[in-house]
Design a protein around this ligand. Structure first.
Ligand code: NAD
Length: 435
């Protein structure tokens, strides 16, 4: 099939590369010339395990083409994916401007009956706006499909190639048939393609992210309570997670959720509900709890250092919003670093992937270390913010030797409290006893 993907960010690039990998001819288009110039030379704008190999292979086998010319991409395509950003507007609702711009351009350049697929996360009812925008200039029949994306950054290729499920909201037989064919290679292990109406598909994405964010905020609040009462949230997690009605995933307490999806999608769904006059009170509380949680690490550092941060130097391990990605959008590290700088501390940070993106946001307000141990030099405390594998079992003797004093604040509960006690580390984590 000839396919184009408009918007070559975290989602569009993964979708394009994976669809090329199953034999389709794919054009990935973006208005960002720098990004496209780099991609033509196999230089990826993002860090995502396994993606570079796919891009290289499919580009060299001429199934994958990068372009800034939307006409070149859309004209030969039977299926066009819209994968541009839907950032929050001032009131938190999703800004559809980029999606609708692209929809208009698709109408203008299509040269055959086309399935227009919304991959971007868009509020319920957006498909009608997409139809209207495409129809403005379209000279051929088209159908729409809402195909929300559930990939996780850090495991995006794996998630797309082997999804738990594919959700297709379709308005016609043609869209259903074309999309089922397109996705057949990805569900050969029996995972379902779930067909539904367009509005339900649009809602499914927000519902999934709302539910996951709810679990995180619930556990984070519970963790803070555990800490106050002398309970250990890790044990509580195991105790409840073994209940098959609850399950083990998304029960880890931490420094608050970040990334490009949960914060934005929770806000957008809350706003949609307000506009309907049916407020989602649970989700509002989820968001408020998350904003609060993002302050917890800085408060712990401050209290560990006697209530005053000024003149202190703090080592930060991990900048990305989670392990496996270089994405800094809404990362908890940003809230921590802002609070540390506001308290007149200096910061030296390490991250295996996200330093370039962090530098674009924080500039030279902090120092960046080449290695995680280098970050510890002259530091009064170490804060672990992201759960990168390489931070899980460091050489603690070296950590202790390099820090000015053995203080660790662990935002991911990576280390064993008892071991820290034995090592003589003053250790603070989330929802567990201190050492
Ligand atoms: P992104 O910001 O990484 O990429 C968006 C790309 O679209 C950018 O490269 C931008 O230059 C390009 N773009 C903007 N306007 C354009 C136009 N008119 N024509 C062509 N290209 C244009 O965003 P992302 O993280 O890939 O997210 C895209 C959408 O997918 C969002 O709605 C997001 O909510 C959703 N989503 C993201 C994830 C994720 O993990 N990142 C997961 C599921 C769904």
């Amino acid at each position: 099939m000839n396919i184009s993907v408009i918007g070559t960010g975290y989602v569009g690039l993964v979708v394009g590369a994976c669809l090329a990998e199953t034999g389709n001819n794919v054009w990935c288009a973006d208005i960002d010339h720098k990004k496209i110039d780099g991609l033509k030379k196999n230089i990826l704008p993002i860090y995502e395990p396994g993606l570079e190999t796919l891009v290289e292979r499919n580009q060299s086998e001429q199934r994958l083409t990068f372009t800034t010319d939307l006409k070149e991409a859309i004209a030969p395509s039977e299926v066009v994916f819209i994968a541009v950003g839907t950032p929050p507007g001032e009131d938190g609702s999703a800004d559809l401007r980029y999606v609708l711009d692209v929809a208009t351009v698709i109408g203008r350049y299509m040269t055959r009956p086309t399935v227009v697929v919304t991959k971007s996360t868009v509020p319920v009812g957006s498909a009608r706006k997409v139809v209207a925008a495409v129809a403005k200039e379209a000279k051929f029949d088209f159908s729409v499909c809402s195909n929300p994306e559930f990939l996780k950054e850090g495991a995006a290729v794996e998630d797309f190639m082997r999804p738990d499920r594919v959700v297709l909201g379709v308005d016609s037989d043609r869209a259903r048939r074309v999309m089922m064919d397109l996705y057949a290679p990805f569900v050969r292990t029996g995972k379902p393609i779930i067909l539904m109406d367009v509005a339900s598909a649009e809602m499914t994405k927000y519902a999934a992210n709302g539910m996951l964010a709810t679990r995180i905020s619930f556990m984070n609040e519970l963790a803070n309570l555990c800490e106050a009462l002398g309970a250990n949230v890790d044990l509580v997690r195991k105790g409840i997670g073994s209940d098959s009605r609850i399950g083990q995933s998304f029960l880890f307490a931490g420094p608050g959720y970040g990334g490009s999806c949960f914060p934005k999608d929770v806000k957008a769904l809350v706003q949609t509900a307000i506009e309907c006059g049916l407020p989602l009170n649970v989700l509002k509380a989820v968001e408020a709890a998350n904003v609060r949680q993002k302050q917890v690490l800085a408060e712990k550092v401050k209290s560990a250092l006697g209530g005053d941060l000024s003149g202190r130097r703090i080592a930060v391990w991990g900048l990305a919003f989670k392990a496996g990605t270089d994405d800094m959008r809404e990362a908890p590290s940003l809230a921590l670093i802002e609070a540390l700088l506001a308290g007149r501390a200096s910061v030296c940070a390490h991250d295996p992937a996200a330093v370039d993106h962090a530098r674009a946001l924080l500039g030279n307000r902090i120092d960046y270390a080449e290695t995680n141990y280098e970050a510890l030099k002259d530091a009064d405390a170490l804060v672990v913010v992201t759960d990168w594998n390489e931070y899980r079992n460091p050489d603690f003797d070296r950590v202790k030797r390099t820090l000015k004093q053995p203080v660790i604040v662990d935002g991911r509960n990576l280390y064993d409290v008892e071991r820290m006690r034995e090592l003589g580390v003053r250790y603070y984590s989330i929802g567990r006893p201190s050492a």
